[in-house]
Design a protein around this ligand. Structure first.
Ligand code: NDP
Length: 456
């Protein structure tokens, strides 16, 4: 359908006005505003093509969370001192199904960070084609340096309140930064004590009781499957590439493992204290032992691999080494414009995001200008939530699938997400623009679902 200039202008003005109002209402929510701002070009194209939705103010409804819950989390530390943190759950959009999205425990957590994550989650979940809406939650609690007993008491207190707001057909949390299988276990234990054995209320559970094989690996493996599909279209494979990864948590570890298995050279990983550069390739078995079993800092890696270099207080994206693929897997806004310039100067061709919104808007624009293949997290890291939804399916069937079946499903879902983003970008006349492709494909589904459910 050919869109007239007049309709284009009307759609542009409408989307700009919604965003201006949002800025006035949420002046200090920089991360949330950034996530919405990144969405504006796609929204303008979409509403120009669907002007009948303008009068329903679908975008205005879409940028306001259905519900934001904030609560006190008191707990007792090992010195018998009473500590208090702030907990949240953002139930952003349920047009496609129950709210679904992880819990983050990190001192930087606030309403803005969780609204940005929940907003992204709506579109990520839509891309998986599974019936799940978007949510996110967490607390400004820092698990680093806490004893096991302190973590357990915190999780129990957090769940004492959260349990009022979740349910397997209503809102199903999972893990994120600072929330892994240990924390999910403690959260589930408290939920069960209060409400009975309700397997489907949390995902990322241990395999012993209702967890899915492959959930731990899913985000990192899925990320690499996404890249594999892109490389196939470019008639290349991983063996031709040198990969830099940031982070050394759940997503980073399994992205490294799968990229190595597919023949890539993976040379870096990091934590918030510094970076490891291992010219012989990251030893992922050692990395897992340090991070998953011993819960140590990355300095321990270098002690075991004397040829590796450790750069204290640096980011992976500052390093002076050549590479072609970047997989940022740590946190939001870890890549600034100057770091993006450094990456391109050192040979970057493809960046695929494992973390949510790791790239600043100015850096995204720079990658586009340099014709770098840029693939946003909402598409590329959707493997985690996809396997979480498969966990929900297994829980409701009271069955456990084998790892091969889960991995096959994950691989098919990531292929479908990749192709949907690519084909939607082409259909809207912006080839190779995976940001536009992912935003438009997911917005189409969510907006039409909201429209059909009326103004609620
Ligand atoms: P983890 O807690 O397992 O690991 C996070 C990693 O990132 C750690 O190495 C951590 O270092 C580092 N990191 C965190 N914050 C910062 C910071 N401010 N500066 C530098 N490094 C930092 O989390 P995940 O691996 O689960 O999550 C990583 C990213 O992937 C997040 O953006 C998350 O939202 C996203 N994601 C995760 C999914 C999942 O299934 N887990 C699904 C989809 C997206 P340190 O230990 O020093 O803090």
């Amino acid at each position: 359908m050919k869109v007239s200039q007049e309709i284009k202008q009307e759609a542009n003005q409408y989307v700009d006005e919604v965003f201006q109002k949002l800025q006035v209402q949420n002046p200090n929510e920089t991360e949330f505003l950034q996530a919405v701002e990144e969405f504006l070009p796609a929204a303008k194209l979409f509403f120009a093509k669907n002007p009948h939705l303008l009068e329903k103010n679908i975008f205005g409804q879409l940028v306001e969370p259905e519900r934001l819950i904030s609560f006190r989390v008191p707990w007792v530390d090992d010195q018998q001192q009473v500590q208090v943190n702030r907990g949240y759950r953002v139930q952003f959009n349920s047009a496609l199904g129950p709210y679904k999205g992880g819990l983050r425990f990190h001192p930087t957590v606030n309403a803005s960070v969780l609204k940005f994550l929940a907003f992204e989650q709506i579109f990520k979940n839509s891309l998986t084609q599974l019936m799940i809406g978007g949510g996110k939650g967490g607390a400004d609690f820092d698990p680093k340096g806490k004893s096991d007993g302190e973590i357990m008491r915190f999780c129990q207190s957090f769940m004492l309140e959260l349990q009022r707001h979740i349910g397997e057909n209503f809102d199903v949390p999972a893990g994120d930064i600072g929330v892994g299988a240990r924390e999910i276990g403690y959260l589930f234990g408290m939920y069960k004590k209060l409400n009975g054995m309700d397997f489907g209320v949390l995902t990322g559970k241990p395999l012993l009781y209702g967890g899915s094989p492959g959930r731990t690996e899913a985000t990192g493996y899925g990320l690499v499957y996404f890249v594999e599909n892109l490389l196939k279209d470019l008639h290349e494979d991983f063996s031709q590439h040198t990969v830099h990864v940031s982070g050394s948590g759940n997503v980073a570890i399994y992205a490294i493992e799968k990229a190595l298995a597919l023949g890539a050279k993976v040379l870096t990983c990091s934590d918030s204290d510094g970076v490891i550069y291992d010219p012989a390739g990251i030893d992922v078995t050692l990395l897992k032992e340090i991070k998953e079993i011993k819960r140590q800092r990355l300095t321990a890696y270098q002690k075991n691999r004397p040829d590796a270099q450790y750069f204290s207080k640096k980011s992976v994206w500052d390093l002076p080494f050549d590479f072609t693929i970047a997989l940022p897997c740590a946190t939001q806004n870890e890549i600034s414009l100057s770091q993006a310039q450094n990456m391109v100067d050192h040979g970057l061709k493809i960046i695929v995001e494992g973390a949510n919104m790791p790239t600043a808007i100015s850096a995204v624009a720079f990658f586009a200008q340099e014709n770098i293949y840029y693939c946003p997290g909402k598409a590329a890291n959707a493997g985690g939530v996809a396997v979480s939804a498969l966990e929900m399916a297994q829980d409701s069937q009271r069955m456990i699938w084998n790892i091969e079946k889960v991995d096959q499903e994950l691989s098919a879902i990531m292929k479908n997400i990749y192709q949907t983003c690519r084909d939607t970008a082409n259909a809207y006349d912006c080839p190779n623009n995976f940001l536009m492709g992912s935003n438009l494909a997911s917005l189409e589904k969510v907006a039409f679902a909201m429209d059909s459910q009326g103004i609620v």
